[in-house]
Design a protein around this ligand. Structure first.
Ligand SMILES: [Cu+2]
Length: 143
């Protein structure tokens, strides 16, 4: 009986960890030959207050967290050190706003391909959680 209780406790812990962060609608645009930089977009929902602090993919040299804002009538893009994920709220990374910027793309990204992206999310002080995301490459026509 005691053994069963321990086992159930372990299962519950694992389910809670795996269900902490949900990522949906991850996508990026197809890239032109020679294009080395592209943004990736997605909807992230965390069950607890957390923050996205980084991302990586084997298909790009580096990835940064970016935001866009209007500055003196121009769209200005710059790096942010983290993206807050308030409990239960869906944070949208979308064109014209927050995004994951991929640099030094190792190959052109074609429509229908899937780019594996690992998100580094801090769910509690000092506790990092890796979330694997499949980024769908879409061709929206025109560059
Ligand atoms: Cu950017």
């Amino acid at each position: 009986m005691k053994r069963l209780a321990i086992l159930l406790g372990m299962l519950c812990t694992q389910a809670a960890l795996a269900g902490d962060v949900t990522v949906e609608h991850a996508w990026m645009r197809a890239t032109a030959p020679g294009q080395a930089v592209a943004g990736a977009f997605m909807d992230i929902t965390s069950a607890a207050d957390a923050k996205l602090v980084g991302a990586s993919t084997p298909l790009a040299g580096t990835a940064q967290l970016h935001t866009m804002s209007m500055s003196q009538g121009m769209m200005d893009m710059h790096e942010v050190k983290d993206i807050p994920l308030p409990k239960g709220k869906t944070v949208k990374l979308a064109p014209g706003g927050l995004h994951v910027m991929l640099f030094d793309l190792k190959q052109p990204m074609k429509q229908g391909e899937v780019v594996p992206l690992t998100l580094d999310i801090v769910t509690a002080p000092g506790h990092h959680e890796k979330v694997e995301v499949k980024v769908e490459v879409r061709d929206l026509g025109g560059h």
